[in-house]
Design a protein around this ligand. Structure first.
Ligand code: HEC
Length: 240
């Protein structure tokens, strides 16, 4: 039995290493209960991502309801690809074209935060750096040789990565800002936290409900515990 457990644990180790790509991931520290954060995230998503990536399991009217927006607000601020509020968040681009432009079809992002984890997404969005050898002139620290351009460069500015040699291997040291973006580094991190929170919400919209329900259930259990205890005392008082 012991051997089996050790074998299972050992089998898990490579999985953990592969999951993070061996790169340090920053803590996303998102709060999906924060509607303001989700609203800002939704805005970044439709403005900067929806041109290439769909979130086809998510409908605009559901987004409106969960994020506390009216349908008119959503139509005005979030809907550029369709005019039907009940439509899924699809893209206008033809997948064939995408394939010839990028060499790969940008994947649907409905459940990407569950596939990759929120820390990965948060780190990925903040890890683009200049690399002349790549077709779009950028590379990514957690997704080496990525086929996606640095679409947020006007917010973040451009950065280069500084590496040192260690035993013949390139070791990442730090990023250095090359040209400034319209946001400071803190503002950009916070924007990416909002966008990651939105992607986490999209992957599991029911989690908002689940958390609210969880609190109520715990409250109920606490109250019920007191009642049950009093009842028990009442029943046993004649026995003792
Ligand atoms: C110009 C088109 C384009 C835009 C805009 C774009 N992406 Fe991408 N994205 C791609 C392509 C192409 C890939 C596939 C990269 C690959 O497989 O090499 C990709 C990959 C990704 C991945 C990794 C998917 C995986 O396989 O794990 C994530 C996450 C992602 N994009 C998020 C975003 C977010 C968030 C935005 C908005 C800020 C965005 N993308 C905007 C083209 C785009």
């Amino acid at each position: 039995m012991k051997k089996l457990i050790v074998a299972l644990l050992l089998a898990l180790v490579p999985l953990l290493v592969v999951a993070s790509g061996g790169v340090h991931l920053d803590d996303a520290d998102i709060d999906v209960g924060d509607q303001g954060s989700l609203q800002r995230g939704a805005k970044y998503f439709v403005n900067y991502c929806l041109s290439c990536h769909s979130a086809k399991f998510q409908r605009f009217n559901r987004t409106a309801r969960d994020l506390g927006l009216t349908e008119d607000e959503v139509k005005e601020n979030l809907m550029f690809t369709t005019d039907k509020i009940g439509d899924p968040m699809n893209i206008a681009m033809d997948p064939e074209n995408a394939n010839s432009w990028f060499g790969v079809t940008p994947p649907d992002l409905s459940v990407i935060s569950r596939a990759r984890g929120v820390d990965w997404i948060y780190t990925y969005l903040r890890s683009f750096y200049l690399d002349e050898s790549r077709p779009f002139g950028v590379n990514n620290m957690v997704f080496p040789d990525v086929g996606m351009p640095h679409v947020l460069w006007n917010l973040q500015g451009t950065r280069k990565a500084v590496f040192t040699e260690h035993e013949g291997q390139k070791v990442f040291q730090r990023f250095e800002q090359v040209t400034p973006g319209s946001m400071s580094s803190e503002e950009f991190d916070s924007a990416m936290r909002d966008l990651t929170a939105f992607l986490s919400y999209v992957a599991e919209p029911i989690q908002l409900e689940r958390q609210r329900l969880g609190v109520r259930v715990l409250l109920f259990i606490a109250v019920f515990f007191v009642l049950a205890y009093l009842l028990k005392k009442e029943y046993w008082k004649d026995v003792h």
